[in-house]
Design a protein around this ligand. Sequence first.
Ligand SMILES: [Zn+2]
Length: 213
Amino acid sequence: MKNILVICAHPDDEVFGAGGTVAKYAQEGYKIDVIIFSYGEQSHPWLKKHFVVKTRIAESKDASRILGTKSLTFFGLGEGHFEEDSKTKDIHNKISAIIKRKKPVKIFTHSIDDPHPDHKTVYNTVLESLKKSRHKCDVYTFDIWNPVNLGKRKTPRLYVDISKTFSRKIEALKCFKSQKVSMVSLLWSVYTRAVTSGIQNSTKFAEVFYKAK
Ligand SMILES: [Zn+2]
């Protein structure tokens, strides 16, 4: 059995960053487990926390079903407090144990160049946990908030042709109804990015990842 892990900071990062790829690998028979550090409750500071958490879990589950992932795990860390919460919740050991159990062939996570501090922390935590597990596999990173990748020209890349699963990515993104305010511009940027990466890959749509390990 071939396993893949996708590890990200907030609900919907996995869809924005790697949704087309996840759907494609799932169709090819890979078992994909998604780990999300937080519930993304700060996205709606005006709503009660438990309401937002429930909504975002439900949205993520819907999106997961569309992409065909096997499992979805939330660590429930506080946004902006990943470093402290990781220590109190023993996150390094948890991820390392999951890696040992699943023996993934690939791990997808945030890029170190992503300016969002939560995204950076996830990247560091994943690499440290992988080291701890002593498991060897490729780690590929995706960008959420940094559309232009200056300085990464020499980094090995993985292009994944998502021409057949791009519509699933869009469908999955639309599950995040509570994020509607920012959705229109985000969908546009998702489209533009998939087309640009597609041109570089000579396919209609593509997702690009940078190899971290
Ligand atoms: Zn995020």
